[in-house]
Design a protein around this ligand. Sequence first.
Ligand code: ATP
Ligand code: MG
Length: 565
Amino acid sequence: MMMLDERANLKNYEEALQTMDWQNVERQFTWSKTGNVNIVYEAIDRHVVEGRGDRVALHYTDGSREESYTFTEMMQLSSRFANGLRSLGVQKGDRVFLFMPRSPELYIALIGILRMGAIAGPLFEAFMEEAVKDRLEDSGATVVVTTAALVSRIRSRELPQLQHVILADAVEKNEANQILYRELMTTSDAYTIEWVDREDGMILNYTSGSTGKPKGVLHVHDAMIHQKLAGQWVYDLQEGDIYWCTADPGWITGTSGGVLSPWLNGVTVVVRGGRFDANEWYATLEKYGVTVWFSAPTAFRLLMAKGERQPLQTYNLSKLRHVLSAGEPLNPEVIRWGMETLQVRIHDNWWMTETGSSICANFRCNPLRPGSMGKPLPGITLAIVDDEGNELPPNRLGNLAIKPKWPAMVRAIWNQPQKYEKYFLNGWFVTGDSAYKDADGYFWFEARVDDVINTSGERVGPFEVESKLVEHPAVAEAGVIGVPDPLRGEVIKAFISLRAGYEESDALKEEIKQFVKTRLAAHAAPRLIEVRQTLPKTNSGKIMRRVLKAWELGLPTGDLSTMEE
Ligand code: ATP
Ligand code: MG
C-alpha cells in the first residue's frame, strides 16, 4: 500500500552526492518494467492499481465549493475528459489550453489532456484578450478550456486553428464552436490511456515575462523522473503527508511542484481557489492539517505585513512540518519571521520555467543558511561560469549555469529554435541569473544578469538592497533599480510600499536610507526613494524591475501581459 518508504527522503546530502544515479530513480517507475510511458499512469492510475485508490488526491476549497477527489475518482473523471477530447478529434501532440481559475475541473482537464497524449497549456486566469491571443496563436492550440466569465477574452474569430472552446462551468452555449464540459463528460466513461514516448511533449508553459515577452517552454513526459525526486528530496514528502502549494497552475511551480511532484509520490494535494487572504490561508493550513507547505516570498511578505501578529495563538498549525519557498529570492528577514511567528524554517529553492523542477535547494537535512538558495539537487551539476562559459572558483560572481541535460530540462522554445540555442554556452545551460557559490558549496543569488546595478564602479544586486529595506519596520515591499547618473554610472533608486500605520515623509525616507547605509553599505544605500501604493508585479508575484526602470526613464514598458492588475 505504501508509496514512499523511509529511504525516499534525503538523510545525508554528501552521501547522496556520491551514490546518486538517475537510473535508480527511473527504476521507481512502472515503465521501467512495462515499457509503457505516460506521466498520468505514474501520477494517478498506478495508485489505483496498487491499492491506494481510496486515498484523497485533491482537496479543493474556495469558500463556496469544498470537494475532495480520490485517486480513483481522478482516474475516472480524467478518463472521461480524455474520451471527450478524442470525440472532438484531438490527437496526440495537439495543444489543448486551460484558461480558467483554479477549480477541480481544471485539474481533471489537465490530467485528461496528458492522459490522451496531448500537450497541456495552462494560462493564468488574469490574462487579458491580447495576451490570451498571443499564446493561443503562438502554440497553435486547437482547443481551449475556459469558463463563462472568461470566454469573452478569447477572440475565436482571429484564431483560425482554434476549433473548440470548452466551457467548464456553463449550462448553455452561445457560439457554434462552444462545448459544455458537462456534456463532454458524458461521451464515454471507459478507462483510457495513450502510451507516449518519454520525449513526447507534455506541458507548454509560458514564462512569467519578468524580463520580456513570455516564451513557450516545452516540457516532456521524461520530466516526471526529476519531479518525482524533487518531491522526495526537496519537498521532503512522506507517507501520509498533506501538501499545499499555493502557486497557480498557470506557472510551472503550480503544475510541476503543485500537483505532479506530490501525485507521483502518492501524496494528497490541497488546492485553494480565490485570492490571497492571510486569515483564510492560515485557516486552510489548519483545516486540512497541511504538513508540507510551498509558497513564494511575496506571499510570505504579505503574511508578515498584513497577517495576524501571532497566528499560532489563533490557528493550530502543529501539523506543519516542512515549508518551502521559490520564485524569487527569499529575504533572510522572512526566514526569521517564519521561525519566530510560525516556528518553522522556510526552505528556499531555486528553479525556472525552463528547468522544469527544483534545481538548487535548502534541504531539510542540511544546515540552513538564510539568504542562500542552498545546494544543487544531487544528480544536477550546477556551477558559476564566466561569459565564455568557463567555470569560476568559489566566491566569484558569475552566470549561474547547469550542465545539460537533466530530465526536466526544457526541450524546445515553441516556434523559436534560435531562442533555444541561445541558452547554451560552452556545454552549459546558462540561466540568465547571476550568483556565486561559497566555499562550502552553498549558492547565493545576486540578481538577474540584466538587473545588476553598477554604481561608482561597484556592483550591487537589487535583492540585497531590497532585503535590507524590508527589514525596516515601515517597509512592506521594495523594488530596486539602477538609474543612469553622469557621475556614478548608475545610482540606486528604491521603490517601496509602506506597511499599515506609516505615512510618507522626507524624514522617513531619510531614516530608511540611513538604515540601509549603516546596516548594508554606503554604496548600496538608495539615493532615491519613491513611495508607491503597490509595486508592479507579475501575476506569479515577482517584482517587475524592468517596468520600474521603464517608468523611471520614460521608456516603453514592453510586454505587460503578465502584470498583476
Ligand atoms: P521571463 O523568463 O519571462 O523573464 P521569469 O524568468 O520570471 O520570466 P520564471 O521562469 O517563472 O520566469 O522565473 C524564473 C526566475 O525566477 C529565475 O531565473 C530567477 O531569476 C527567479 N527565481 C526563482 N526562484 C528563485 C529563488 N529561489 N531565488 C532567487 N531567484 C529565483
Ligand atoms: Mg526567465
